[in-house]
Design a protein around this ligand. Structure first.
Ligand code: PEP
Ligand code: MG
Length: 326
């Protein structure tokens, strides 16, 4: 873990004109928690729970998971933690699970589809999260790769069932976590209003969103040139998703790599994004970037970018380095 930067101020991050921006941490492993603390993260916007599963030879038990998750909760001392449920399949495969090979794993039984298919594994994880969150103020459970409201309801029902079990068993747990979802599939964009009526919060996973929006494998070097976060359709879709979330007063964050890209941050603030979840190592640079921007200038800039109709036109605007402190 690189610890090059000085400890960061614990206070909130604000734009030049005083708008609060929540800087949250993406965490894969417990070893990254101290850095998130030193960097002054306002909480964990994405805890990728699959990493403890990936480094083991077999599925961790509910108790083993509980112990890991409890450390995450305790280390954040009252700050919010978003637990993303198991996001395996695709490029993150478990050697010990589901040995069947798929011709097209990125479109296969991955992520929420895997956990809905293996309900016992899903329940063990959700129970471990709920138990670890006992006594914490703001725990949140988030489902990855949701493609329909129906998926979301099925996944939420698992949480409801686990809560019933834990109550019946008299086990200590958190009884009303926030339940949210990732926006990673283009199918979500057109149904955002319906999702916003059901989900407590959203997190946009641009790594996958760009992959699926543009039909480009995010880890295939041969098509890397086609993987363009600055594609006009990506920018416009992000704008719509954020707008609907704001209209429905549902918190929305962005937790893909785009969130720490300093050329994209003015656009993100300009379309109304106020929560960025990033790897802790990027926090000092992102904080510096934000404190030099005004929301008015970002809004005007975002408007310009949204009007650009080609990748090259977007790039031309991005390369101009405008003064966004006005
Ligand atoms: C994403 O898809 O942007 C995301 C944050 O999830 P992951 O990178 O773990 O797929
Ligand atoms: Mg993803």
């Amino acid at each position: 873990v690189p610890v090059a930067a000085e400890p960061q101020p614990a206070g909130p991050t604000r734009t030049l004109d005083g708008t609060r921006i929540h800087l949250l941490a993406n965490i894969n492993l417990l070893a990254e928690l101290p850095l998130a603390g030193q960097m002054g993260a306002a909480g964990i916007g994405l805890y990728r729970t699959e990493f403890p599963f990936l480094i083991r030879p077999s599925f961790p038990s509910e108790t083993e998971q509980y112990l890991v998750y409890r450390k995450v909760v305790e280390s954040m001392t009252g700050k919010p933690v978003v637990f993303r449920t198991l996001d395996i399949g695709g490029e993150k495969t478990l050697s010990y699970a589901d040995a069947e090979t798929e011709p097209n794993p990125e479109l296969g039984l991955r992520s929420i589809r895997f956990t809905l298919a293996y309900r016992d594994i899903f329940e063990q994880q959700v129970r471990a999260i709920l138990r670890a969150a006992a006594g914490s103020r703001t725990p949140a459970i988030m489902f990855p790769l949701i493609s329909s409201v129906d998926d979301f309801r099925k996944a939420r029902q698992v949480v409801t069932d686990c809560l019933d079990q834990l109550r019946a068993e008299g086990l200590e747990h958190h009884d009303h976590p926030a339940i949210g979802m990732m926006v990673e599939l283009p199918a979500v964009v057109e149904s955002m209003a319906e999702f916003a009526a059901e989900a407590d919060f959203f997190a946009i996973g641009t790594n996958d969103f760009v992959q699926y929006m543009l039909g480009v494998d995010r880890s295939n070097k041969r098509v890397a040139d086609y993987y363009r976060p600055e594609h006009p359709s990506v920018l416009r879709a992000l704008n719509r998703v954020v707008r609907v979330a704001i209209e429905h007063k549902k918190p929305i964050s962005i937790c893909g790599e785009m969130a720490h890209d300093e050329t994209m941050i003015p656009f993100l603030l300009g379309i109304g994004m106020r929560r960025l979840s990033i790897d802790p190592q990027f926090m000092p640079a992102v904080r510096t970037c934000i404190t030099g921007l005004t929301i008015d200038a970002c809004q005007a800039y975002a408007g310009e970018l949204l009007a650009a109709g080609s990748v090259s036109a977007v790039r031309e605007i991005l390369s101009r380095q405008p003064n966004l402190a006005a």
